[in-house]
Structures are given as C-alpha cells and as structure tokens.
Design a protein around this ligand. Structure first.
Ligand SMILES: [Zn+2]
Length: 282
C-alpha cells in the first residue's frame, strides 16, 4: 500500500468525497515515540482525519486538529498543510490504558484550526460529546458549516485510513440520495477500510452510482520545526532561566517533540535567544 489521498465526486448528485490511506507517514509519526496501542490508534485516526479535511484547503497554509482533554491523553494534535506534509503528537500519554475515545480524551473540546499563510487564522471548536473522532467532526460540520458530512476512520498502529462524504456547499439537500450513499458506506468493515485502496473500495460500494475518481496525492510526514522556531520557544523561558541553564550545563540542549530532532545552543547563541547580550560569567 502506498500513502494516498484521493478525491472523488458523484456524477449524478451533489456529493463529494475523499479517501485516505496512510502507512509510511503513520509509521514516521509513531517512530521514536512509545505510544500505548490505544493512543497509537487514536493518533492514526487524527492524521487520517486531518488529511481528509486538509483536502478542502484552497490556499497555502496549515490545518490542525487538537484536543486538550481531561482523559488519559492530556494533549493530542495532528497538523497538515496544503503540501500534505503532516506531523502529530500525543503528549503525556505513556500511561494510557484505554482504547476508548471517551476515556482517552475525557471531556473537553476539539479545536480545528486553519492557518493560512496570508490572511487571518480561523478556529472552530466542537465539544467532545461523541463516541469517536469521526462523530465529533460530523457534529462540527453540522453545527458550524451546516454541511452534511460523514467520516469513517480506522487505524491499527500500522495503517491509518479514512473515508469522508460531504454534500457540496451549493447543493440543495437531497436526503434520499445522501442516505443511500451513507448507508452503503456504513457497510464497510474496519479491516476493509484499512486494507482497500480507493478504487477498489469505491467500486465495491458504488458500482451503481457513477463517480469520478481524481489522481492520488501523497501525504507524508515532515516536521515543520526549525532552529528559528525553537529559538523563539526558548526565548519565552526568559533571560534568567536561560542564563542559569547555560552556566550550569555549558549549553542548552533541547529536542523537537514531534520528530525528536536535537537542537543545541551555546553562549554564542544567547543574544539571538533573548535579544540581549551574552551572559556574564562569574
Ligand atoms: Zn520537529
């Protein structure tokens, strides 16, 4: 299986869809982290969902899904951009035992943030009262965008897949057609979703409903961290703190939590970190 995100539209009704299958990108997201199985699966659903949603980005920028909850996973987030470069993380989740969505995330809110390179940032919020990420996102589209949307998401620690159906914004609602298409998609099993490419799956479901399948695009893992970004983050610690770490350890060593890349800063970097002069040695 290759990583692929593929758009399709039905020829005879105002419904569009996206299909995603992730393997290498998912393994890269999990690499160098030791997530419990339930957390790895949830993270897979997050990156599959972020990929499906990013297909709606019509400009340069990024889209992220983030939950700060009071469940076993205090923070989870997946981020992708218009080039389909993605990264994701679950923080403080090493003790999580559950595989249930509600136990993992607890109460809280799901934030969907769209951050264009040009223009202002948009954030949508939906409460986590569904029993799955797919259900929460469906609630979000119903409440915020008034768009009928269904998602099917699945991940098993090796593979992450998703399917999305959405009525076109301009469409006059056609409940019968919508029900027909979603009822067919409801027959997909998790294993089928994980192991079947878009063309095969869509033929299996919709061979009687003419549709057009577009060329696949390839999502991949790529962290957006940089020395400059880390400098900014370190700068927030304040002069006194940075100065004391430098004096105790001779250098400041840190790593990116998403990709584990190490960054080292010495006394010569101090002016950049703080915008001030180098610390005086005692
Ligand atoms: Zn990184």
């Amino acid at each position: 299986m290759t990583d692929a995100l593929q758009r399709f539209i039905f020829e005879n009704c105002e419904v569009r869809g996206e299909h995603v299958q992730l393997q290498q990108a998912y393994l890269d997201v999990l690499a160098s982290h030791h997530y419990p199985p339930g957390v790895a699966n949830l993270l897979g659903e997050f990156i599959a969902a972020a990929s499906l949603l990013s297909a709606t980005l019509k400009f340069e920028g990024s889209l992220s899904l983030q939950v700060r909850g009071d469940g076993e996973v205090p923070l989870i987030m997946a981020e992708t951009n218009d080039k389909l470069e993605m990264r994701a993380i679950a923080q403080g989740a090493s003790e999580a035992m559950s595989s249930e969505f509600q136990r993992l995330l607890g109460g809280g809110q799901l934030a969907i943030t769209i951050d264009p390179k040009k223009g202002s940032r948009y954030q949508g919020i939906v409460s986590l009262d569904g029993t799955s990420l797919a259900e929460c996102l469906e609630n979000y589209f119903r409440q915020s965008e008034q768009l009928s949307t269904r998602l099917w998401l699945c991940a098993d620690g090796q593979r992450a897949s998703g399917l999305m159906l959405q009525e076109l914004p301009s469409a006059a609602p056609n409940p019968d057609q919508w029900q027909h298409l979603t009822m067919l998609a409801d027959t997909i099993t998790d294993e089928e979703l994980l192991s079947t490419d878009a063309e095969t799956l869509l033929y299996r479901l919709y061979h009687q409903d003419p549709l057009r399948l577009f060329e696949p695009k390839q999502p991949r893992f790529k962290c957006s961290c940089s020395r400059e970004r880390i400098e900014t983050a370190l700068g927030n610690l304040g002069d006194a703190e940075l100065s004391s770490i430098l004096q105790e350890q001779g250098q400041i060593e840190t790593h990116c939590e998403f990709c584990n890349r190490r960054y080292t800063f010495g006394a010569a970097d101090f002016p950049q970190l703080t915008g001030a002069g180098a610390p005086t040695r005692h």
